[in-house]
Design a binder for this molecule. Structure first.
Ligand SMILES: Cc1cc2nc3c(=O)[nH]c(=O)nc-3n(C[C@H](O)[C@H](O)[C@H](O)COP(=O)(O)OP(=O)(O)OC[C@H]3O[C@@H](n4cnc5c(N)ncnc54)[C@H](O)[C@@H]3O)c2cc1C
Length: 455
């Protein structure tokens, strides 16, 4: 009899595990309460990047004057943008459903929770159903963190999920939180013409990232007129007396007034109402589920993947974990298996310029005393960047001075999120800088800067 594998949550981790495990012979059921494709499609990656792409087109219209063309103004059509976001979400979710059905995965729409070590109860539109399983995956994702000093109303005091569809663009907005999500929202709202203030708790945006990279982004923000409130922690957000604006108070006494405010201060895992205690699955004080390198929890037949695992909160990582779970649960890992190497995950920040990195960071290497070779080339020396009228940013490659093996790198500039793939492949496959130098790349192309930086 086939292994009965039940998955709670049909986001990137869940649907990847489902399709692959089914292909490898398991009898799979996925329980999803909202949309197959997950929060990634409904709230996070897809709508935010769609809005950012439209904002990027507006910025591009501003830049075309330098390309031998006259002045162009792009006006936002809110209805068309809303329709575009929904269309992309629907198409992607439809693809996920098609893929799951093509592998005979049973999909149940509803909320699931464990009722024992081998049973899940689904509370769906067709009434409750108890399902027995041999193995299960918890991939219920996460939601925005809301601190106790703030009560979002979804109209003026927003979480990231209240920003789509864009019913009305704010005239002015205060973004609280200067991590990846915060800076992407600053970029997005300022592209659409809002007056933006960013509350930055440290001295630089993007804590933990290369300060040189953060510096380029801050320069862009200042050029756009974004106000950076550095060294300040928001401690309250309230509606003003007229109810037509918000007041953000910081711990150093500074006060910001704007028509809207958005919280971008991280997320919390969706693990509190899924019967972890009934199943006997352990979780930490933050609600995250500890896993081993096979994504196995404290119970050998229950896995956790994606945001609930408390590893890197990225769709790409969730997908890879889902794949590894499928290999392990069906026994394929005994033949061929590579663990998820979180240190080698590429990531990108969809600002302007884009920022992407992978592997070892310069600061990290210095902190650990590891000897590295750092080479850097600015895009201002790239023919294609000049042709694109966008010479901002640089490519930085970190390699081992003895062997030439590529250990990491960062790219700041146009299409950085695409270009980083070359360095991600090099880092994963232990390629040497010479392998990049000796690749016959296209000219003129931004990838030429990668070859130059590898020299
Ligand atoms: C604003 C924003 C932008 C982002 N942009 C990017 C990006 O550009 N690139 C990137 O790699 N990452 C991005 N991320 C992160 C990415 O969205 C997450 O890491 C990813 O969605 C995690 O996938 P997951 O499978 O763990 O869960 P999710 O995508 O959160 O899916 C979990 C699913 O489980 C369902 N669920 C929950 N509880 C139950 C239950 N009891 N029963 C049934 N179903 C349940 C939920 O409805 C949901 O559909 C972004 C995050 C945010 C907040």
């Amino acid at each position: 009899m086939s292994l009965r594998f039940v998955i709670l949550g049909g986001g990137p981790a869940g649907h990847q595990a489902a399709t692959y495990a089914a292909r490898l012979g398991a009898k799979v059921t996925v329980i999803e309460r909202d949309v197959f494709g997950g929060a990634a499609h409904l709230w996070d990656c897809i709508p935010s990047k769609t809005m950012i792409a439209t904002g990027g087109a507006i910025s591009f219209a501003h830049r075309i004057e330098g390309m031998g063309l006259g002045h162009a103004e792009a006006a936002v059509d809110t209805e068309a943008l809303t329709a575009r976001i929904s269309r992309i979400q629907d198409d992607l979710s439809h693809d996920v459903v098609e893929l799951l059905s093509s592998q005979n995965v049973r999909m149940i729409k509803g909320s699931g929770r464990f009722t024992g070590t081998h049973t899940v109860l689904v509370d769906g539109p067709e009434g409750p159903e108890e399902i027995e399983f041999d193995a299960a995956l918890i991939s219920t994702g996460s939601r925005p963190r809301i601190p106790d000093w703030c009560d979002p109303d979804g109209i003026r005091i927003l979480t990231t999920r209240d920003c789509y569809p864009p019913k009305l663009f704010p005239k002015s907005i205060t973004v609280v939180g200067s991590g990846v999500t915060g800076v992407e929202f600053v970029h997005m709202f300022s592209s659409f013409g809002a007056d933006v203030t960013l509350v930055v708790s440290r001295q630089h945006v993007l804590p933990g990232k290369d300060p040189e990279v953060a510096g380029v982004l801050e320069d862009d923000f200042v050029e756009r007129g974004v106000k950076l409130l550095k060294g300040a922690r928001a401690e309250s957000i309230e509606l003003n007396d007229d109810g037509d604006g918000v007041i953000v108070k910081c711990d150093d006494g500074r006060v910001v007034r704007s028509t809207h405010a958005v919280l971008a201060i991280g997320s919390v895992p969706n693990t509190e109402a899924i019967g972890l205690e009934a199943a006997g699955v352990e979780f930490d004080s933050g609600g995250y589920i500890p896993i081993n390198h096979h994504c196995v929890t404290n119970l050998p037949h229950i896995y956790a993947a994606g945001d609930v695992s408390g590893k890197l909160p990225l769709s790409s990582v969730a997908t890879m974990q889902g794949r590894k779970v499928a290999e392990h649960v069906t026994g394929l890992h005994t033949i061929e298996h590579r663990h998820v190497d979180y240190d080698k995950a590429a990531s990108a920040i969809f600002t302007e310029p884009e920022i992407a990195d992978v592997g070892l960071a310069e600061a990290e290497a210095f902190a650990s005393g590891r000897k590295i070779r750092v080479t850097k080339v600015p895009f201002s020396s790239s023919a294609k960047a000049l042709i694109n009228n966008d010479p901002r940013g640089f490519v930085k490659i970190i390699s081992d001075p003895a062997t030439g093996v590529v250990l990491g790198g960062s790219i700041v500039g146009r299409h950085a999120a695409e270009l980083i793939s070359v360095l991600a492949l090099a880092v994963t496959a232990n390629l040497r800088v010479n392998d990049i130098v000796e690749s016959l790349l296209v000219h003129p192309a931004l990838s030429g800067a990668l070859a130059d930086a590898a020299e």
